[in-house]
Each structure stands twice: as structure tokens, then as C-alpha cells.
Design a protein around this ligand. Structure first.
Ligand code: PEP
Ligand code: MN
Length: 293
């Protein structure tokens, strides 16, 4: 039992906007994606390539992550790349492959939207709309996501405080969309050995302050595939409702983020290890439904 002292929010230096505030809603928000609930007692796994590169790569990776235990398939068709000369994604062609992978595996899919003008198109293909770290401050996009009929996977800006993150999430809720999943994906610090500093402390803070589900992306959060399993397990131990990890059928050939992408076999092992951590803290891993025949 928590003491009253622990229930007091004033010991966290953060003002919480009303709609995301845990005190405004008795029960935790459960985001339902085709029967998969995020935010309850079951830990969920989102996996797939950073970018959809071609049909074969996506379908192959989708089958492998499904076999390894993924519940939801990820893959970017519109990619926010640091360099304008890097692969920018296949656009609508990629969304079509994503829809095909969804049909073949039965897994719901999540993909990023970067521009208000793409919202309708992306919503037409995806089960969850992702707003990436670089777009966290794109308020017109947040308002658009607030009006869209799909749940939103909302990533923390790499230079945003938790308060700024929550205020940005509030924009989405203000427009009527309550189905927001918060995602910690690492922040910029002075550290250079990792791509970002995965702020796992944000997990208990967000859980304490909001009713929204929280997932962690240890792939972007570390930048190194060898670190992903440890940080994925740590994320679940810290109370995250799920993880999102990048997996590629051939990481060495990946057009983006190969260094942080897991081999499918390592992903399958990670899922088994995450399951043990989930059990240790009184949760379960969501077992996926059998693939449609
Ligand atoms: C991603 O998940 O595809 C991505 C680009 O991540 P982030 O927005 O966190 O950099
Ligand atoms: Mn990536």
C-alpha cells in the first residue's frame, strides 16, 4: 500500500495537463487494437523493420517476428531521416506492403505519419498512427492525430522534458482522441557511447502522472542491437506496458538503422526473456492469436 505521502504529486517537478492527468480518470486507459489491449496486465510486443524497403523484406520480416511472438507489426513508409540523401521510405507503395503483411499474419500494424497532408492516407492503411520523436512538437500534426479515428503511438521528442511530452499528448486528447500510447525512445544527453540515453526513469514517472499506456523503444534509445535485449527487459521491469523493437530479416543490408536492428532469432529469444521479467512482476505476455489460414 502506498502511503499518502507517495500519492502526493507535488514531489514531482512537473505540471500535468488535465486530460492526461491520472487524477482526472479513475481507471487506466486501455487502448484496444483489434482485440489487443495495451495498458492492462499483459505486456505487448511491437516489432518489425525500421523502414519498409520492399515487399519481400517486409513480408519475410513480418512472418519471422510473428513466429517470434510479436503482437503488432511496425514499419515506416514515410521516414524522417536526418540526411535528405538517405532512403526516405516507399510512401504509399510501402503502406500497401504493410497492408499485405497485416493480412498474411493477422497482426495489426503501426506506421509513422509525418505530415498533416498524409494523415488520411496513412489512417486508411494502418491500425495505429505513429507520431515520431521529430514531430512531437508539430502541433498541427498533433491536432490532426487528435481528430483521426485510429489510436496514436506518440513518441517523446528527443529533446523534450516529460512535462513538454505530456503537454504535447494533451493536444491529441483535446481534439477527442483518447487512445494515445506514450513511447519513451531516448533523449539527447552528453553521452556519446549510445545513440540516445534511454530514459527508463520516465516510465515510472509517466505511469505515476498519467492514465495512458507507456511503451519503450530500446532500439532508437540505444542505437546498438546488442543493447536492445537488456534495455527491453529493464523497460518491462520498470513498468512499461510493452516494447517496440526494430527487427530486420537481414540487418546488414538494412537501408536504415541496421546497427540497432535485431536478427529474428535474437528477437525470439528476447521475447522469451521478456516473458520471464513480466511474470516476475505479476504480468503476462500477450500471446498472439493464431495466424489466419
Ligand atoms: C521510428 O520508430 O521509426 C522512428 C523514426 O523513431 P523516432 O521517431 O523515435 O526517432
Ligand atoms: Mn529506425
Amino acid at each position: 500500500m502506498e502511503s499518502n505521502h507517495y500519492k502526493d504529486f507535488s514531489n514531482i517537478g512537473c505540471t500535468v495537463p488535465s486530460r492526461v492527468d491520472k487524477r482526472s480518470k479513475k481507471d487506466p486507459t486501455l487502448v484496444n487494437i483489434n482485440g489487443i489491449q495495451i495498458g492492462g496486465s499483459e505486456v505487448i510486443i511491437i516489432a518489425g523493420p525500421c523502414a519498409i524497403e520492399n515487399r519481400e523484406q517486409l513480408l519475410e520480416t513480418a512472418k519471422l517476428v510473428y513466429a517470434g511472438g510479436a503482437n503488432i507489426l511496425r514499419g515506416g513508409a514515410f521516414k524522417p531521416r536526418t540526411s535528405p540523401y538517405s532512403f526516405q521510405g516507399l510512401g504509399e507503395e510501402g503502406l500497401k506492403y504493410l497492408a499485405e503483411a497485416r493480412k498474411q499474419t493477422g497482426m495489426p500494424v503501426v506506421t509513422e505519419v509525418m505530415d498533416t497532408r498524409q494523415m488520411e492516407l496513412v489512417c486508411g492503411y494502418t491500425d495505429i498512427v505513429q507520431i515520431g520523436s521529430r514531430s512531437m512538437h508539430n502541433y498541427p500534426l498533433l491536432k490532426e492525430a487528435g481528430k483521426c479515428p485510429k489510436p496514436v503511438l506518440f513518441k517523446r521528442g528527443m529533446m523534450a522534458t516529460i512535462e513538454e511530452f505530456l503537454l504535447a499528448a494533451e493536444y491529441i486528447l483535446c481534439e477527442g482522441n483518447q487512445n494515445v500510447i506514450l513511447c519513451e525512445r531516448g533523449i539527447r544527453t552528453f553521452e556519446t557511447t549510445t545513440r540516445f540515453t534511454l530514459d527508463l526513469g520516465a516510465v515510472p514517472v509517466l505511469k505515476r502522472l498519467t492514465h495512458l499506456p507507456v511503451v519503450v523503444d530500446p532500439s532508437h534509445g540505444t542505437g546498438h542491437s546488442w543493447m536492445v535485449p537488456s534495455m527491453a527487459k529493464a523497460a518491462i521491469a520498470a513498468g512499461a506496458d510493452g516494447i517496440m523493437v526494430e527487427v530486420h530479416n537481414k540487418p546488414l543490408d538494412a537501408l536504415s538503422d541496421g546497427k540497432q536492428s535485431l536478427y529474428p532469432d535474437d528477437f525470439a529469444q528476447l521475447v522469451k526473456d521478456v516473458e520471464k521479467v513480466a511474470h516476475a512482476i505479476g504480468k503476462k505476455l500477450l500471446l498472439h492469436k493464431p495466424a489466419p489460414v
